[in-house]
Design a protein around this ligand. Structure first.
Ligand code: PHE
Length: 356
């Protein structure tokens, strides 16, 4: 420093005011001046010395006035000082930041004995899980998922499905009528008709969704419930295909040991028609309260699509055949989890939902 001071004093006084030289001449003092100061103060000094119109910058601008032979030496010295100043200021700033961090940590008292705040993780409603399980099974078998409107034309809900006007399901007792020819769909079967109208065979779909009937609410009935419809149409589809598919579905859904049983039934839109029972997945067929001691649980309705329905949808029954099934989801979920009232599935009570 002293050498610098000497040379600068010797050559510089001619072109720069003493005040401009201050930071260089007092570099050691500056170190002391900055000691223990806050960031704001240090930044002020930085601007004063190194800023665009700061002292060092002005000195560098005056270098042209110094005799040529001295210029490289003095230029180097001034630059050295500039670097030294920069380093010193950076060092101070880092030290201050470190100190602030330490102070903050010291003042931040963390009581590690306090219980943590629990994050609630959302999860699926048991009905959605059951629907998703069923969807997964059929998607893996190459089925597509179709949807249809919940507010449906009488034509799709009844007429096209060969449900004559005299059928009891057409009466006010089962169906919510919105207008004379508009209903809340009473089953997911209208999606069969809509799909067959829109798509040429081969068809392989399932249609999950909400369905509505004018049932009074009791432990096992609700005016809104859920079904999954299935429909397969192709050349040469037989009742064995129907049985094989539904047996596989039952085993995947309820376990490999589940047995299936088909009972003859009647649906206007399938011929022949059947209901499929599964051996009770709670007692394995021994008899319990869920299966009402019978060992069997009624799972779904099914059958071969009625030729009249195929015709109504523009599919030639002499060339194509197919099967369909419709399965209620709510009762199945209730049995699976031992839920004693269907209202729990709709009330969104967290105390109930948290259990799944
Ligand atoms: N739609 C019928 C019901 O709601 C079930 C079913 C669907 C039966 C398809 C046969 C074929 O009960």
């Amino acid at each position: 420093m002293s050498k610098l001071r000497e040379i600068i004093m010797e050559n510089f006084e001619k072109c720069c005011s003493i005040s401009e030289l201050n930071p260089i001449l007092k570099l050691e003092d500056l170190d002391e001046t900055l000691e223990g100061k806050d960031l704001e103060f240090i930044n002020e000094i930085r601007v004063k010395c190194l800023g665009k119109s700061g002292d060092i910058t002005s000195i560098l601008k005056c270098l042209g006035n110094i005799p040529k032979d001295k210029r490289p030496e003095i230029g180097k010295l001034v630059n050295d000082v500039k670097r030294e100043l920069e380093d010193m200021i950076d060092e101070k700033i880092t030290a201050i930041k470190e100190r602030e961090k330490e102070d903050k940590l010291k003042n931040e008292i963390i009581d590690i004995s306090l219980p943590g705040v629990r994050n609630f993780t959302g999860h699926r409603h048991p009905l959605s899980s059951a629907l998703n399980d069923a969807k997964d099974i059929f998607l893996s078998l190459g089925y597509k998922i179709e949807e249809g409107p919940e507010i449906e034309l009488d034509y799709y809900n009844f007429e096209a499905l060969n449900i004559p006007i005299t059928h009891p399901a057409r009466g006010q007792s089962d169906t919510f009528y919105i207008e004379d020819d508009v209903v809340l769909r009473t089953h997911t079967s209208p999606v069969q008709v809509r799909t067959m109208e829109m798509t040429k065979p081969p068809i392989k779909i399932i249609a999950p969704g909400k369905t509505f009937r004018t049932d009074d609410l009791d432990a096992t009935h609700s005016p809104a419930f859920h079904q999954i419809e299935g429909l397969v149409i192709d050349k040469g589809v037989t009742f064995s295909d129907l049985k094989g598919t539904l047996e596989l579905m039952a085993k995947r859904m309820f376990g490999e040991n589940v047995k299936t049983k088909f009972r003859p039934h009647h649906f206007p839109f399938t011929e022949p028609s059947a209901e499929m029972d599964i051996s009770c997945f709670v007692c394995n067929g021994k008899g319990c309260s869920v299966c009402k001691s019978s060992g069997w649980i009624e799972l779904l309705g099914c059958g071969m699509v009625h030729p009249k329905v195929l015709e109504n949808c523009g599919i030639d029954p002499d060339i194509y055949s197919g099967f369909a099934f419709g399965m209620g989801i709510d009762r199945m979920v209730m049995m699976k989890y031992g839920i004693d009232h269907v209202k729990h599935l709709f009330e969104s009570d967290m105390r109930f939902l948290d259990q799944f």
